[in-house]
Write a protein of this length. Structure first.
Length: 142
């Protein structure tokens, strides 16, 4: 019963989240899975390592698949190349039990998450500013 309620809560949270919140949650998950994979490598747990690295790769694949190349072709091309590179590094880390490659991926993901969080914050500020300017223009006070 409890697990069913938790699953419904998580499903509702995703359905009510903005695209920006979902993007940040995906990055958070990928970063968390990278850290867990590192621990699994250190603890010599290959099954856990494989599961966690597979989860990061699935998130990166989803992020790449949802890029809107029509809207921002240069940005999307660069992100697609970066995601491909990160997947290659994850494969290397998995095959060679290389925590340095995993740390590299984690660092890239953390920087990307920080950048997107800032972009989302700026966009929200601009949207709020436009919303307050609209009523002023309509009433003729501007």
């Amino acid at each position: 019963m409890y697990q069913g309620n938790v699953n419904r809560y998580k499903q509702n949270k995703v359905m009510l989240s903005s695209p920006g919140e979902i993007l940040l949650a995906l990055y958070d998950g990928a970063i968390r899975f990278c850290r867990q994979a590192r621990v699994a490598i250190e603890e010599k747990n290959p099954a856990e390592k494989g599961q966690k690295i597979g989860s990061v790769m699935a998130i990166l694949t989803e992020l790449s698949a949802t890029l809107d190349h029509d809207r921002a072709p240069d940005l999307c091309e660069n992100l697609a190349r970066l995601y491909d590179y990160l997947i290659d590094r994850l494969q290397f880390a998995s095959i060679n039990l290389d925590t340095e490659a995993l740390d590299e991926v984690t660092q890239h993901l953390e920087r990307l998450r920080e950048t997107w969080a800032e972009a989302i914050r700026v966009a929200a500020q601009e949207e709020a500013q436009q919303a307050t300017e609209q009523p002023m223009k309509a009433s003729g006070t501007v």
